[in-house]
Design a protein around this ligand. Structure first.
Ligand code: HEC
Length: 89
């Protein structure tokens, strides 16, 4: 479950959250309104199934913003944390 590792990392980055996978799941509550972890299931945001290590803006059928489409590379814990903290950067 790579997603849980990512969520745990996100939770660790958020000072208010505790450090275990449960906290990761709790942190994901904030994301669930717009994201599913089921592959191919896009909501307001693209499916986050297997997002760690995935190419940025690569979910088929999701209409990404021009800004995100311009980005190259894959999602890592580090660049995702940075982006989630400051999406405009
Ligand atoms: C209000 C709705 C909303 C919430 C809440 C939300 N997102 Fe998103 N997310 C989006 C949208 C819309 C995009 C597409 C952005 C773009 O195209 O620029 C996106 C894109 C992403 C991407 C890039 C995916 C890709 O395929 O490149 C990641 C990673 C992501 N979100 C993670 C999260 C996480 C983790 C949370 C919770 C901490 C979260 N999002 C909360 C709407 C949301």
């Amino acid at each position: 479950m790579r997603m849980l590792a990512t969520l745990a990392a996100l939770a660790a980055a958020a000072p208010a959250a505790a450090q275990d996978a449960k906290a990761g799941e709790k942190a994901f509550v904030q994301c669930k309104a717009c994201h599913s972890v089921v592959a191919g299931q896009n909501r307001i945001g693209p499916s986050l199934a297997g997002v760690a290590g995935r190419r940025i803006a690569s979910v088929p059928g999701f209409n990404y913003s021009a800004a995100l489409k311009k980005r190259t590379g894959t999602w890592t814990d580090a660049n995702m944390n940075a982006w989630l903290t400051r999406p405009s950067a």
